[in-house]
Design a protein around this ligand. Structure first.
Ligand code: SF4
Length: 86
């Protein structure tokens, strides 16, 4: 099953958790806001198999719910699937 991830940078509180749990996937900009390294936070590149567990941990631990995961590409929109389901 493919996995995609993106950070909602409008709600990220720069806590540093995702970078600790999935250091190969998430990094921080100069303001401390997290982003996905692989695709400049567009959520359109599949997470590498080796990092899937780390991403799931980061998703579960993000205190602000800013990390999104899905089986399809986000195409740059962190709210893509929430809009569809609401
Ligand atoms: S865990 Fe969530 S709130 Fe913390 S830096 Fe990462 S995306 Fe931002």
């Amino acid at each position: 099953m493919p996995l995609f991830t993106i950070v909602n940078r409008e709600t990220c509180i720069s806590c540093g958790s995702c970078g600790d749990l999935a250091p190969d996937v998430y990094d921080y900009d100069e303001e401390g806001l997290a982003f996905v390294m692989a695709d400049d936070n567009r959520g359109c590149v599949k997470v590498e198999e080796d990092f899937i567990e780390d991403v799931q941990d980061a998703f579960e631990e993000c205190p602000s719910g800013s990390i999104r995961i899905a089986e399809e590409s986000f195409e740059g929109d962190p709210d893509k699937f929430e809009k569809v389901t609401s």
